[in-house]
Design a protein around this ligand. Structure first.
Ligand SMILES: [Fe+2]
Length: 200
């Protein structure tokens, strides 16, 4: 059996993932599991020491476009959990996209505006706009809050941390046209690791 992939293999990440897995196993629902994860996620966002600078760098070539770096830190061998940083340069924004998995997303550095959309038939409606500062985080449980776009509003690059219950960078999900609401197949990839079927 291959092991889980700790791209960033440190005691902090090992302990965080162990605790997150315990919370997921004990949770009676995604909402309950997320409630159990909240305190350790808040601690992770509040600790400025654990994330090396290389995972806080933009990436010129990236699936997200705009120089946005999506850096894998950890993923489960069965694709059931991933932890990654998303690095968005000043003024850059992601495509409108979904995640297709529940989990938690929070801001580590810089500031962001987040726009949350609701998809209808051939329509996309802006439901909410919120401003995020370091330490702010939210629980994402599809379909609620699953479709969004983030834009960096700070003069410095923003870094957000994502814990989601899939291999988010490697699954096929959706990007949405803001004008028509049309969904297109979308796979962001990771800057630093391939997806399985990239090999060979
Ligand atoms: Fe996202």
């Amino acid at each position: 059996m291959p092991d889980d992939e700790y791209v960033l293999d440190t005691p902090v990440i090992r302990a965080f993932i162990d605790d997150a897995r315990d919370a997921i196993a004990a949770g009676e629902s995604p909402a309950d599991a997320c409630a159990r994860i909240r305190p350790i996620f808040a601690d992770l966002l509040g600790d400025s020491e654990w994330l090396p600078g290389e995972y806080q760098e933009p990436a010129a070539e990236s699936g997200m476009g705009g120089g946005i770096g999506q850096w894998l830190l950890y993923r489960a061998v069965d694709g059931s959990l991933s932890l990654f940083s998303l690095v968005v340069p000043p003024g850059a924004e992601t495509p409108i996209h979904d995640h297709l998995a529940w989990g938690l997303v929070g801001l580590y550095r810089g500031t962001q505006d987040e726009e949350i959309y609701v998809a209808g038939e051939q329509t996309l409606e802006l439901r909410e706009r919120r401003a995020l500062a370091p330490g702010d985080f939210y629980v994402l449980i599809p379909p609620r809050d699953d479709i969004h776009r983030v834009r960096t509003t700070s003069a410095e690059t923003s870094v957000s941390i994502h814990l989601l219950t899939n291999d988010t960078g490697c699954i096929w999900r959706h990007a949405y046209d803001p004008a028509s609401g049309e969904a297109q197949p979308f796979r962001s990839g990771y800057v630093n690791v391939p997806c399985d079927d990239d090999a060979g």
